[in-house]
Structure formats: C-alpha cells, structure tokens
Ligand binder design. Structure first.
Ligand SMILES: Nc1ncnc2c1ncn2[C@@H]1O[C@H](COP(=O)(O)OP(=O)(O)O)[C@@H](O)[C@H]1O
Ligand SMILES: [Mg+2]
Length: 349
C-alpha cells in the first residue's frame, strides 16, 4: 500500500465547555473523495480548520505525504498543497471576480493574465464564471465558484470543502459534482464535509463519521444505507417523530402582499409575499439560500420595517414595530447567523 496523502493522528481541540475534537484519527489517499460526516456541532469544521492551519490542536499529529505536517497558518497549509473552500464566503461584493481572486493570492499576476487564467481554469473544470463580473451580482453558486477557482489556481493536492452544497440549487450541485469527480480523476484528495447522506453516497469513496468530537465509524458510504449512516452519526436507532394530526387554530400571523427592499447592498427584495400561520402550526419556508429568506426573517423580527398593515399578529398591525416591541408581544426570532446578530455570542445561557 502506498503512503496515505493525509494522516491525522489523535487530534484534540478543546474549547471552554466542549471538546470539539477528541482523539480524532483518519487517513485519506490521493484520488479519493473522503467524506467527513456528522451532525451540527460534531466537530467537522474544527477538524478541517486544523488541517488548514487555522486552529492549533491541543494534541495530536498530522502527516502529508508521510512527512510531519504542522501548519502554523493557512499560508503554511497552502505551501503544503492544502486548499480550503469555506462554508461562509469571504468575498468583497463591490469588486469583480478577478480582483477578488487577486486579493487571496500572495503574489498576484497582472490582472489581464489573471483573468485569462481564471477563464482557463473555469473551462477546464466546467465551472462557468466571467472574471469581469461584480461579485455582488453573482448567485451563491457562482460565488462558490470564485472560491473554488481561487483554490485551484494554487494547484492543491488536498482540497477541503465545508458544506459546499448548502447554498446551491440542484443544478449547481450537479455541476459541482462533475468538477469534483474531475479533480478526483486527476489524483487530488477532496475532503468533503456534509450531513446530506444521499450526496455522500453519490459522491464519496470513503466516509469518516464524527459524533461529539469523536470518530464513531468509517465506511464506504456506497455500501451503507442512508439510515445506517444516520445511525452512526446520531448514535442511536432512528425513530421518526409521529406527526400529530390536529385541527389548526385561528390565524396567528399573516402577511398580505408584503413588498420590502433589502437593507443589504446586494440583498434580495421581497415582492408581494403572502403567508398565513395558524396556532398549532409549523410553517416551513423552502428555497436556496440567498432568495429572500434573510429578508423575510428581518421583516418578521422587526429589523426591517414595513407598512404597519403588511404584517398582522392576530388582528394587530405590527409591520412598523421594532424588534423590542415585537418581542414584548411574544414574537421571537432565532437568526441563522449566530455571530452577526446576537450581541453576546460568547455568554452562556
Ligand atoms: N471558536 C470556537 N470557540 C468556542 N467553541 C467552538 C469554536 N468553534 C467550534 N466550537 C464548538 O465546538 C463544537 C464543534 O463545532 P464545529 O467544529 O463547528 O462542528 P461542526 O462543523 O461539525 O458543526 C461545537 O460545540 C462548537 O460550538
Ligand atoms: Mg461546520
């Protein structure tokens, strides 16, 4: 057997009150798409941030191509051929694609040359992208391509992707998978983080499964059912909650043709949105990230104001109320972004 491209041996990382990675070991080979699978909070992001030199482990070792690998920073990681596409993008919306790529490079080539290289990489790997487009006008999937191309320009041996499909449409997922298969055929190692089991079964050659910071199993995900994988992830037999049938109550909250501009520079405008939630009801809102969900939450929480009558709490018009007035009326919002919205993210409950 040849030496694994990446070996992780007994990594540990503790944060106050939680051991994010607890004696984590796994190895992966070139030409492999290797899944890191686990529930929210299982320690996946901490693990790959350690591999990318962003987090210093408390204990444990790593090896790349059989040699000791101790990255003190992402710069060291890149030097060793490790690249990472983040879960949350770090792009400047007011700059174009090529300018954004240049900002991430240590020694950027002249802009015209860079634009040519971006076009080449984008064609080679089937990732359509125009280097002159302003990033603020790109979809989430296109922004991710900017990040991927930025990584590929470094010609990495190991490409880390943290939950890449959470922001993609099904069509964009299909394009991404073609790209990843191509990279695998070139002999690259892809570390692929996800909790979407069907995706992992469709794409990955091997899976390391994490729970509460520990490795709880590893397997060829194509040989396991989604249910078996889920059980290794959550650590017990899955019991699906029984849906209760109950007559819905009176209308608790309604929105009648609400239209609101986004507060953010490149946000999505809400146009003529109708919805109605009754007591005892859970209303799900579907859609690919970036299609107005953030704005909808903002108008519901009161961060974005709208005409009073556009939102009714029972019969009471609340569209013009701010967050505090709404909270006093019992309307609470839990935003997706734990770090941007809360005022005291580090305090315990
Ligand atoms: N910088 C940090 N400071 C404190 N706790 C953290 C930090 N990063 C992660 N954690 C905690 O470590 C655990 C694992 O987190 P994470 O690696 O992000 O998991 P995953 O990516 O699998 O969702 C969680 O309990 C999380 O709250
Ligand atoms: Mg994560």
């Amino acid at each position: 057997m040849s030496t694994p491209l990446l070996e992780v041996l007994g990594l540990r990382k503790a944060y106050p009150g939680v051991v994010a990675n607890d004696d984590v070991s796994f190895s992966a080979r070139q030409g492999e798409v290797h899944a890191l699978l686990g529930e929210n909070g299982a320690g996946k992001s901490t693990l790959v941030k350690t591999i990318y030199g962003l987090v210093r482990p408390d204990a444990g070792r790593m090896r790349v191509e059989g040699r000791d690998y101790v990255p003190a920073s992402p710069h060291d990681a890149r030097q060793a051929g490790v690249a990472m596409v983040f879960q949350h993008f770090s792009l400047f919306e007011a700059l174009d694609v090529a300018e954004n790529v240049a900002l991430g490079m240590e020694v950027p080539p002249p802009m015209r040359e860079l634009a040519t290289r971006i076009r080449e990489v984008s064609e080679t790997y089937g990732l359509p992208l125009d280097p002159t487009r302003l990033v603020g006008t790109l979809s989430a999937g296109e922004r991710q391509r900017v990040e991927i191309i930025r990584c590929l320009l470094q010609d990495p041996n190991i490409l880390i992707m943290d939950e890449p499909t959470s922001v993609l449409t099904p069509q964009e997922v299909a394009i991404l998978f073609e790209t990843l298969k191509r990279l695998r055929a070139e002999g690259k190692l892809i570390l692929y983080i996800s909790h979407k089991l069907e995706e992992i079964r469709a794409l990955c050659d091997w899976a390391t499964i994490l729970r509460h910071g520990k490795v709880t199993g590893s397997c060829d995900p194509r040989r396991k059912s989604a249910r078996e994988l889920a059980e290794t992830m959550v650590g017990s037999e899955l019991t699906l909650p029984a849906a209760r049938t109950r007559e819905p109550g009176e209308v608790a909250l309604s929105m009648a043709g609400l239209t609101a501009a986004s507060g953010a520079a490149f946000g999505t405008e809400l146009k003529n949105v109708f919805l109605e939630v009754r007591r005892g009801e859970i209303l799900g809102i579907g859609g690919v990230a970036g299609n107005g969900q953030d704005e909808l939450l903002a108008v519901l929480s009161g961060e974005l104001r709208s005409p009073a009558e556009s939102i009714l709490l029972g019969d009471l018009p609340i569209g013009s109320f701010g967050p505090n007035e709404r909270r006093a009326l019992g309307v609470l919002a839990a935003p997706q972004d734990r770090l941007g919205h809360p005022t005291a993210p580090d305090m315990s409950l």
